[in-house]
Ligand binder design. Structure first.
Ligand code: PLP
Length: 381
């Protein structure tokens, strides 16, 4: 049996999404910027995709900018706010994805911004009182805080954070990569100015995403060239992927309640079964229904061994999971998120991120738990 529990790294593409993309590889070709019939037909497809996404978000189509994925959208939001909106100070947290932290650090190293890193508690929550104090001290700054953490699944209260930002005249960017498919957002009421999405996290293709940019916010392009995306992102559009992403997003939103129920069932079951089967197991981050996402369960196993050893044993058994985040694997630096929430000794903690998709079953989880019962005692050094 092969079990894939790494959906937060990349979810398998929905076959219906692929069917929807197929015509754009062979039957419908040309350049969407061409003014002839072939080109116009493709431009229509792009604008239809934009409308589909905007309608689901209760946003305006002009507020959606297509990008090559979450990393580019995060870079565009943060760098664009500095270049286009006169931002000189950024408030963020050390448990953001590296697409955010490294972008901020790069701008800081260039002397273009100063930065305040919020403290984070043992479950991955920030302190709103600390944020308020920083907002009072720094007028017209950018706040960049993710919705759900990709490694531990803890949710930030972006409604409350956004309201504080509005009150203090700050711009608010949220990396919503882990929640854009699984949550319903209403941009009319959610006080977020810039939000990031990546299609391969919601059963769409890899290498495509979007940035929501609230009307009135002017971001200069990160990539210069032609006038695609209303001159905010140059380059011939990734048409098939854009169409696939819009289809995948629409489908996720339509199946929202059903999927959410399925995923919570899997996460709860896994947590209960692990507690029963493995003495000394513990869970990292917030795992509650109110303050976490159903797709991620970060677990520490007893022992002092490197998590890579446990991952290696699981891999041999046909089980694909992640240690920190996939983007870090190979770098062997341990997880910056686990270190920040106080898992001292990380990477010398056997932490495994199980991340679920609606295609997973309880039978698969039983298989994984059976294997863990054999592996965990053996991998403790
Ligand atoms: N932000 C978060 C929270 C993520 O989980 C990821 C991907 O793992 C990204 C950004 C980067 O997205 P992409 O893979 O589309 O570049």
């Amino acid at each position: 049996m092969k079990v894939y529990l790494d959906n937060a790294a990349s979810a398998p593409m929905d076959p219906e999404v692929f069917e929807h993309m197929k015509p754009f590889f062979f039957e419908m070709y040309g350049n969407p910027s061409s003014t002839h019939a072939h080109g116009r037909a493709l431009k229509n497809i792009i604008e239809q995709a934009r409308r589909t996404i905007a309608t689901n978000l209760n946003a305006r189509p002009g507020e959606i900018i297509f990008t090559s994925g979450g990393t580019e959208a995060d870079n565009m939001a943060i760098t664009g706010a500095v270049e286009g909106m006169g931002i000189k100070h950024i408030i963020s947290s050390p448990i953001e994805h590296h697409a955010v932290t490294h972008t901020i650090e790069h701008l800081e190293a260039q002397g273009r911004v100063t930065v305040s890193w919020l403290s984070v508690d043992g479950k991955g929550h920030i302190d709103l009182a600390e944020l308020t104090e920083l907002l009072k001290a720094h007028q017209h700054c950018l706040v960049s805080l993710m919705h759900a953490n990709n490694e531990i699944g803890t949710l930030h209260d972006i409604q409350a954070i956004g309201e504080l930002c509005r009150e203090h005249g700050a711009l608010f960017h949220s990396d919503t990569v882990q929640t854009m498919g699984g949550f319903r957002f209403d941009m009319e009421t959610l006080p977020v100015d810039l939000a990031t999405a990546s299609a391969h996290k919601f059963y769409g293709p890899k290498g495509v995403g979007f940035l929501y940019v609230r009307k009135g916010i002017n971001l200069p392009p990160l990539i210069h060239g032609g006038s695609q995306e209303r001159s905010m992102r140059a380059g011939t559009e990734n048409l098939a992927s854009i169409a696939g992403m819009a289809f995948a997003y629409d489908k996720c939103q339509k199946m929202h309640d059903h999927k959410s129920q399925l995923l919570w069932d899997l996460k709860t079951y896994m947590q209960e079964q692990l507690r029963e089967a493995i003495p000394g197991v513990s869970f990292n981050g917030d795992t509650s229904r109110e303050k976490s996402i159903p797709t991620v369960l970060n677990t520490s196993f007893p022992g002092e061994a490197e998590d890579s050893l446990l991952l290696f044993h699981l891999d041999i058994q046909g089980i694909s999971v992640s240690g920190g985040s996939a983007c870090n694997s190979g770098a062997n630096l341990g997880s910056h998120v686990l270190r920040t929430i106080g898992l001292t000794g990380a990477p010398l903690v056997q932490a495994v991120r199980f991340s679920f998709g609606p295609q997973n079953t309880r039978e698969e989880l039983d298989f994984v738990i059976g294997k863990l019962k054999e592996i965990v005692p053996a991998s403790v050094m």
